[in-house]
Design a protein around this ligand. Structure first.
Ligand SMILES: O=C1O[C@H](COP(=O)(O)O)[C@@H](O)[C@H](O)[C@H]1O
Length: 247
């Protein structure tokens, strides 16, 4: 593994030659962080992302020797589709992470059925805030447009600015970015930043360029309108954030 510190931001960059090796390095780092919390507290909390990138890390973690019965897992964001749908992040997590040893972990779903939006937001906030705080580990991904979780750059201005505001005391928010077909629900930036450590997991030259351009634009400054949302999860307490990348 190659490890460097990005000079302009102080962020730690970890690089492996392949996605399979990256999944192992990242899986080990996440497992160590969970163990660290479990050695100091009754329970640990793990926030994970969905999409196409994290499946190999989830499979690694599913076999990790951790007291999973003391770990609670939730999602950074969800597509508003029921479990079982091919786009459901919950389904990905259940099929890849919550297997084998990790099947003993508890899971808080973001998708809720049969309740109003307001009730869903209240229930999720209450469940998520019941997890070990600050979160032991937050695992983030990034889309080619610079979104992370479901904090999309093209979301309606008020939705995005509220979800990104550090003065926002809401835990979770609905997002309606026109670039994607489904409505989204996401943990807010303030909620995600309340974490011991954030790992950003990205692969491919394209995403590396997007991230580098985003970091160059923001120059380590706190998030403001016009910056790629992903930077808002990296430039605050950069010592508590690491980027894991492979081609
Ligand atoms: O839609 C989403 O996109 C991001 C990135 O996904 P990827 O497929 O490009 O890895 C993901 O982190 C997020 O959880 C997901 O809902």
């Amino acid at each position: 593994m190659t490890q460097t510190v990005i000079e302009s931001s102080g962020l730690h960059w970890h690089e492996e030659p392949s996605g399979a090796e990256l999944a192992i390095s990242l899986g080990k780092a996440v497992a160590e962080r969970l163990q660290r919390t479990l050695s100091q507290a009754d329970s640990a909390s793990l926030v994970v992302s969905g999409g196409s990138t994290p499946a190999p890390v989830f499979s690694y973690l599913a076999d990790a020797d951790i007291d999973w019965a003391r770990v609670c897992v939730t999602l950074a964001d969800e597509r508003w589709v029921p479990p079982g749908h091919s786009d459901s992040n919950e389904t990905l997590v259940r099929d890849t992470l919550l297997q084998n040893k990790a099947a003993a972990a508890s899971f808080i779903a973001l998708y809720r059925e049969g309740v109003s939006d307001e009730q869903a937001l209240q229930q999720i906030a209450s469940d998520v805030l019941g997890m070990q705080q600050p979160f032991s580990v937050v695992m983030l991904g990034m889309g080619g447009d610079g979104h992370t979780a479901s904090l999309f750059p093209d979301a309606p201005v008020l939705e995005l600015s509220t979800a990104m505001s550090l003065d926002n005391d809401k835990t979770v928010a609905f997002m309606n970015p026109p670039s994607v077909s489904q409505r989204r629900i996401t943990l807010t930036r303030a909620c995600l930043l309340n974490s011991e450590h954030r790992f950003l997991h990205i692969t491919g030259a394209g995403k590396r360029s997007v991230l580098n351009a985003a970091l160059e634009t923001c120059k380590g400054k706190t998030y403001q309108s016009g910056f790629a949302p992903v930077t808002g999860l990296l430039t605050e307490q950069p010592e508590n954030a690491s980027i894991y990348w492979s081609p």
